[in-house]
Design a protein around this ligand. Structure first.
Ligand code: CO
Length: 211
């Protein structure tokens, strides 16, 4: 026995060496049957766990931007606009974002002005921004109705009573503003400001309220 085992081992070694090319595929096939089944399962079970934890959170703010309308809350954690003398200046950029998430309009103001500065560089047809104010519940419908107005129509439906106020649509480097009576947003809210450019309204939005 003691002498046979080494011999067998040697024979096996030779056989393995001889069929080196066959051994490699055979090795892969064998683990796939039994051990491999367990490994992929574990790997699969392991991967999704860290993935959702890490990826969805950061990608929520970035990826959901163009895609998911309802998922993003108004404002999305952005700071409140700085209000001075019944007016404020907000920014829109090339990354589909306003720089603020809410606007508090002082109740002492009779009129309020929002100035929008497009701090990006992209042209109006690709990354146009405006500021439209409507009831939060009208936002999606107003944007949908405005889509056919096109760039020339500021992506705002003409003569739509749901549109409380709106600026013109601007491209990178441009500035515009809109002034409206504060009483217009003192009814049944909540109200929102948003960009009505197709797709932008889903994420470029924030709350506006008289306080
Ligand atoms: Co826009």
């Amino acid at each position: 026995m003691n002498t046979r085992l080494p011999l067998l081992a040697a024979a096996c070694a030779l056989a393995l060496a001889a069929c080196g090319n066959d051994t490699a595929p055979a090795d892969t096939a064998t683990p796939a049957g039994t051990p491999a089944d367990t490994t992929p399962a574990d790997a699969t079970a392991g991967m999704p766990a860290p993935d959702p934890a890490t990826t969805p959170t950061p990608s929520d703010s970035d990826t959901n931007v163009p895609g998911t309308p309802a998922a993003t809350p108004a404002g999305d954690g952005k700071p409140a606009a700085t209000v001075t003398d019944c007016s404020t200046e907000i920014e829109g950029n090339d990354a589909l974002q306003y720089n603020v998430g809410s606007i508090a309009v002082p109740s002492s103001c009779s009129e309020f002005t929002i100035t929008l500065k497009h701090v990006g560089q992209m042209p109006i047809a690709a990354m146009g921004h405006n500021v439209v104010i409507s009831k939060a519940t009208d936002r999606a419908a107003v944007a949908a109705a405005g889509a056919s107005a096109g760039v020339e129509g500021d992506y705002v439906p003409d003569g739509d009573a749901r549109v409380i106020a709106h600026s013109e649509l601007i491209g990178g480097g441009e500035t515009t503003s809109v002034t409206f009576p504060v009483s217009a947003i003192q009814g049944d809210g909540p109200y929102e400001f948003f960009c009505s450019f197709p797709g932008h309204w889903a994420v470029m939005r924030g709350s506006i309220a008289v306080e």
